[in-house]
Design a protein around this ligand. Structure first.
Ligand code: SAH
Length: 220
């Protein structure tokens, strides 16, 4: 649960820690200034349980509700960078979770659609994001394997859970020129980017090993 009624504040201490986090990300190779600016601006500690406040600006993943995690800042930064989007572009996120990645995309001026399959998390995050002023185009409770065909195609699709395979509907819902950024694998994942070069041709590139909670099949 996010105790925002107690912690809905940002302090100079948090801001200082955030500045350090941004420097860490730069050292690790994140170069996109828009990504760094968004991470430097968003109060990540508000997306986490109160017990973890002191850890919010360490470059690590942390537990949130429903046995899920808020992704490591480096991972969020890297995936966002790989999406390679500009202000106004539409993006579909699979795995809303805490809403932190959603907030990064919104802060960068994208139009964001996001899907979450855990109802508890979906409800919490849907209430929480607008309190920080972040308004997604649509937050959906559902199964990300199917994507969101009704508002497709998208300039980019980002999957924030480990996918055992690449769901076909996600490739189908990309615009030509758009990119799907998806960690693929069972126990650990290879960050994989599919660039839709033409309606029928996808160029694949790989960007190293990561570790995510699993993208689960529909439980309904
Ligand atoms: N973007 C999130 C990361 C959360 S972890 C953040 O920044 O906090 C991955 C999330 O994917 C979890 O919340 C999990 O419940 C969700 N998830 C797992 N399988 C899914 C599926 N099939 N469809 C949609 N969301 C899914």
């Amino acid at each position: 649960m996010f105790p925002y009624f107690v912690t809905m504040k940002d302090t100079p201490k948090h801001q200082g820690l955030r500045k350090k986090l941004v420097q860490t990300l730069e050292r690790k190779g994140i170069a996109n200034p828009e990504v760094l600016k968004a991470i430097g601006y968003i109060p990540r500690h508000l997306f986490m349980d109160s017990g973890f406040l002191d850890h919010a600006y360490v470059d690590k993943a942390f537990p949130i509700a429903a046995d899920q995690t808020i992704s490591q800042p480096y991972t969020v930064a890297r995936q966002t960078e790989l999406l390679d989007l500009k202000r106004g572009d539409t993006v579909l996120e699979i795995g809303t979770g805490s809403g932190y990645q959603t907030a990064v995309l919104l802060e960068m001026g994208m139009q964001v659609y996001s899907i979450e399959r855990q109802h508890e998390l979906f409800k919490i995050t849907k209430r929480f994001l607008p309190k920080l002023g972040y308004r997604a185009k649509k937050l959906v409770f559902g199964d990300g394997y199917k994507g969101l065909p009704e508002t497709a195609p998208y300039d980019g699709i980002i999957v924030t859970a480990g996918a055992p395979y690449v769901p076909k509907p996600l490739l189908a819902q990309l615009k030509v020129g758009g990119k799907l950024v998806i960690p693929v694998g069972e126990h650990s994942q290879i960050m994989t980017v599919f660039n839709r070069a033409s309606p029928t041709n996808f160029e694949k590139e790989e960007f190293g090993e990561f570790r995510f909670v699993p993208l689960l099949e529909d439980k309904n």
